[in-house]
Design a protein around this ligand. Structure first.
Ligand SMILES: Cc1cc2nc3c(=O)[nH]c(=O)nc-3n(C[C@H](O)[C@H](O)[C@H](O)COP(=O)(O)O)c2cc1C
Length: 429
């Protein structure tokens, strides 16, 4: 069997698609809570809420395209949305994104531990170091630190968080009404961390959760990012969407996990997937035809998205010329390298991010896509897919009511949860 996650890309849900409808209330808790309940009924392991902390202006030096097309904006605060979603569910994991480069580790460790405890051990944290200089400027920094240095700092950050999460020893909470002692102070310890970047006394003022600490997710795809992910993460995400690429990435992460002294089976590699579920073969043919002529306006919106995650003004380059090799990023390096493979044009780079190229996998009826997903996972060796698409009621219904039953019929995804916690369900297979 393999795992399913949902990649919740925050923006105005469904905007720019024929399915947008003001009645589902994109800015209400209800849309998010209904969706969390439906994906829980379908047995998803988790919902990951991506994030960045700025409205971009990298493309053409303007916020125009970002606001008119709702590209990378607006975005609600992930831990706040996580608490709404956790409150409406009881088994599915909720994985908000938070950036090490901006949040003081004590705040993050405390917020994550609170959500983990209150959700009964269902919280994950998607660790990012951020890829946006604009976001840095919202937190009093002139620009982001250098790419690999961000990971070096994040190593210390993770060390602080892990020590805070274990600053209450097992058995510290007695809750003994007879003796009147709630917690044993000898088992709740300061961490007294004094490092190159952080100074934190501890202990955490939140008791341990059923998971001990939140599940950690990470999406570094560059060489340094992979080492970081393999050292810390329980879930590693990749944008790669072809079987050979996913297999190579997973093999590499597992090799690096062993080098870091970990059991590779404890690290679940999840590949982003954008299934396009069609009613019949005629709809498949129509969609394939559409992919041969995606409108320029939509293409530019996705190129602007690449600008947002790389900090590069891609409006400066011809749409149908390859991006010059000299153009490099201090932002999402691994993702850009993957998008620009084989000397891709700027247009192709945008459309690859959007999954709108003629050679896209996973376009078909629910049964066809389920068979394709099963085949890819059998080839790759595991561990699952991170499904993405707009959070419209119709799109969620297609996945939860058509694709998942087809996967379950093949016996490749769960019919019911076997554990109470996110980590328990992740490690079940
Ligand atoms: C599936 C996926 C999800 C991601 N989600 C986020 C996110 O929510 N916020 C963010 O700042 N970066 C996100 N990223 C970017 C990565 O976290 C990472 O910062 C980026 O890829 C740069 O690291 P790298 O150069 O090591 O790849 C995501 C990347 C992938 C592939």
């Amino acid at each position: 069997m393999f795992h399913l996650g949902w990649f919740l890309y925050e923006a105005v849900q469904g905007w720019g698609t024929p399915e947008y409808d003001a009645s589902y209330g994109w800015a209400t808790p209800k849309l998010h809570q209904d969706m969390a309940r439906r994906l829980e009924a379908a047995g998803f392991d988790f919902i990951l809420l991506e994030d960045s902390s700025a409205i971009p202006n990298e493309y053409a030096g303007s916020r125009d395209i970002y606001l008119s097309e709702t590209v990378h904006a607006p975005k609600f605060d992930p831990p706040v949305m996580a608490s709404y979603m956790a409150a409406a569910t009881s088994r599915i994991g909720i994985v908000p994104t938070m950036a090490t480069t901006f949040y003081p580790p004590f705040i993050l460790a405390r917020q994550a531990q609170t959500l983990d405890l209150m959700s009964g051990g269902r919280l994950g944290w998607n660790i990012v170091t951020s890829s946006s200089d604009l976001a840095a400027r919202n937190f009093g920094q002139a620009a982001l630190p250098e790419h690999d240095e961000r990971y070096d700092v994040a190593d210390e950050y993770l060390d602080v968080c892990k020590r805070l999460w274990s600053s209450w020893e097992p058995g510290a909470v007695l809750a003994d009404i007879e003796s009147g002692v709630f917690a044993d102070h000898t088992k709740v310890r300061e961490i007294d961390h004094r490092g190159a970047h952080y100074s934190v006394l501890g202990p955490l003022n939140v008791p341990p959760s059923p998971q001990g600490r939140p599940v950690l997710a990470q999406a570094g795809n560059s060489p340094r990012g992979r080492r970081f992910a393999a050292q810390h993460a329980d879930i590693v995400l990749t944008p790669v969407n072809h079987p050979d690429g996913i297999k190579a990435f997973r093999d590499d992460i597992r090799r690096l996990a062993v080098e870091a002294g970990r059991n590779p089976d404890d690290v679940k590699v999840m590949a982003l997937a954008f299934p396009r579920i069609c009613e019949d073969q005629a709809a498949v043919a129509d969609y394939r035809a559409y992919l041969k002529a995606v409108p320029d306006r939509l293409t530019r919106a996705w190129v602007a998205q690449v600008s947002a995650i790389t900090g590069l003004d891609l409006s400066r380059y011809e749409l149908d010329e390859p991006l010059p090799d000299s153009v490099q990023t201090n932002g999402s390096r691994g993702t850009l390298d993957w998008l620009r493979r084989d000397r891709a044009t700027v247009r192709q780079i945008g459309l690859r991010l959007a999954r709108l190229t003629p050679e896209e996998p996973m376009i078909g009826t629910a049964e066809q896509i389920a068979a394709e997903m099963a085949e890819v996972m059998a080839y790759v060796g595991g561990d699952g897919f991170l499904i993405s698409g707009p959070l419209t009621p119709r799109n969620v219904a297609r996945v939860a009511d058509q694709l998942v039953p087809a996967l379950q019929k093949l016996g490749v995804t769960r019919e019911a949860y076997s554990h109470e916690t996110l980590r328990g369900n992740l490690l079940a297979f």
